[in-house]
Design a protein around this ligand. Structure first.
Ligand SMILES: [Zn+2]
Length: 122
């Protein structure tokens, strides 16, 4: 990811690998910080499992999936329901925007087993 972040909002999610995620492929953590000025900032952090993501297909599908969660939060400020209409809007944009591997789209569109309900950090 470049330092410019999202072309629309200028922000970008933090991305880390986590060797302790054993059954979950990826997670997106949300954070909202309200400054004393009253202005709210939205942050997102994506964690990817080094154990679960053992093929390029799984990595690709999961990364795009989590990026859709991050976009729903950073751009639309929407985290609930986690795989609701806002998430699906971003997922369909991701599917339309590029060629993804045949098995990666399965990961992207069927969240069951890919990610648990994203946690929220304060
Ligand atoms: Zn998800």
């Amino acid at each position: 990811m470049g330092s410019r972040g999202c072309l629309r909002c200028g922000r970008y999610p933090e991305l880390t690998w986590n060797a302790k995620l054993l059954t979950t492929a990826g997670l997106t953590h949300y954070k909202k910080v309200t400054r004393s000025s009253g202005v709210s900032e939205y942050h997102a952090r994506i964690e990817l499992s080094t154990k679960v993501l053992d093929t390029a297909e799984k990595l690709e599908g999961t990364l795009i999936h989590e990026m859709c969660h991050a976009a729903a939060w950073l751009v639309d400020h929407c985290a609930k329901p986690p795989h609701g209409a806002v998430f699906k809007k971003w997922a369909s944009k991701a599917m339309a925007g590029r060629d993804i591997r045949p098995n990666a789209d399965k990961s992207l569109l069927s969240p069951e087993g890919i990610c648990t309900v994203p946690s929220r950090e304060r």
